[in-house]
Design a protein around this ligand. Structure first.
Ligand code: FAD
Length: 346
């Protein structure tokens, strides 16, 4: 079988790259072995404002400009809803934070998202004596459902193989690569933290940033915005809420832990007063880079091998733009920004 691309891994990175290939009528096949689940457990929040410091996320303007239409087109293509908009209410912890909020609200770009007033708390279930800062034009992508629908779409077209990609079976000739019965122009690796097992790219400085999330049922909470303190509480349907997320820089497993659950529960009880029941607990590893920038580019020696990784904590906003940049680089030799190119670690 002769095709243009093989994609290894089908999380947000693999999906975003596949969508580029679809838009340009390239032929491709995806390998997915269910060894990682970052994209499946992700909160899916997109928000271009850093809520700790009230500053813009790196490259946010461009990322948002590409990401929002990207997910909208996917909704149309797959005939399903993935994008849910909501406001974020950031709990203030002091008068100083309130002042910092007003200072930030005047800045260009942030003014499109941050509302220049203090919202008073009127909900007895929530503890917020200093009120909230409100961020608008934000929301979440239901990544689990999006990936499910896209995989069904690929299976219908015979373009998804549920099997582990075996790196030792790649054969190179001057132009193409052969893998089992397939000859392709490029292999694009999108394995998330699984790249640590990839002999061609495993030296890249990816760090494990394990995250755990709870789903709770809290019938009396009654909030329709994402509440942000040291954790977030995100509304789902029917009085269910996602609560997350932890950061653990040493644990490489994807298993939910008692320690993670306890940490979330302690923080949760600091901001809500009502009873709740934990109904789900999940964990995943965010593929995070030492310098907090993505990893894209071609292998130094084997030019038929490329990587799209390092989406870290912000895969929703980053994946569409990074997929586009990598595609343009492979197809049209467009230069990559130094900040994201893997050559920065040569
Ligand atoms: C708890 C948590 C909460 C998060 N919340 C948010 C959020 O609110 N907003 C946001 O933007 N981001 C969030 N993130 C981050 C986001 O999930 C990641 O940036 C993103 O999912 C990374 O996508 P990826 O495709 O690079 O990796 P992954 O999702 O890990 O996908 C890699 C895929 O490759 C497959 N694979 C690996 N090796 C092989 C192989 N040899 N053969 C075949 N297949 C292979 C794996 O099975 C996997 O499906 C969160 C992450 C976590 C863990």
């Amino acid at each position: 079988m002769n095709i243009d691309y093989i994609i290894v891994g089908f999380g947000l990175a693999g999906l975003a790259f596949a969508e580029q290939l679809e838009n340009y009528n390239k032929s491709y096949l995806v390998f997915e072995d269910n060894s990682q689940n970052s994209s499946l457990v992700a909160g899916g929040v997109y928000n271009p404002v850093i809520l700790k410091r009230f500053t813009p996320v790196w490259d946010a303007i461009d990322q948002i400009k590409i990401a929002i239409p990207f997910y909208k087109e996917l909704e149309e293509k797959l005939d399903a809803k993935f994008n849910y908009t909501f406001d974020i209410h950031r709990i203030f912890t002091s008068v100083e934070e309130q002042n910092n909020w007003f200072n930030a609200c005047d800045k260009p770009f942030l003014a499109d998202y941050m509302i220049p007033e203090i919202i008073q708390n009127t909900n007895d279930s929530v503890i917020a004596p200093f009120g909230f800062g409100k961020i608008t034009n934000t929301g979440k992508i239901d990544t689990k459902f999006l990936l499910k629908r896209y995989k069904e779409y690929l299976i219908n077209k015979n373009q998804l193989r549920y099997e582990k990609f075996d790196y030792s079976l790649i054969e190179f000739d001057s132009e193409l690569v052969t893998y089992k019965d397939i000859r392709a122009k490029y292999i694009v690796f999108c394995e998330g933290f699984g790249v640590k097992k990839n002999p061609f790219f495993k030296e890249l400085p990816l760090q494990e940033a394990k995250g755990e999330l709870l789903t709770i049922h809290a019938p009396e909470l009654k909030i329709d915005y994402l509440l942000k303190s040291s954790i977030f509480i995100m509304p789902l349907d029917n009085d269910y809420y996602k609560v997350g997320a932890t950061f653990n820089w040493t644990d490489k497993t994807m298993l939910p832990t008692e320690e993670g659950e306890n940490e979330l529960l302690v923080k949760l009880k600091r901001v809500i007063t009502v009873d709740f029941e934990v109904v789900e607990h999940v964990a995943g590893i965010r593929p995070t880079v030492k310098d907090r920038r993505p990893l894209i580019g071609k292998h130094q020696q084997y030019k038929q091998l490329a990587i799209l990784n390092g989406l870290g904590t912000r895969g929703i906003m980053l994946a569409p733009k990074m997929a586009k940049k990598l595609f343009d680089h492979l197809e049209h030799d467009s230069p990559l920004d130094k900040e994201v190119n893997i050559t920065r670690f040569n």
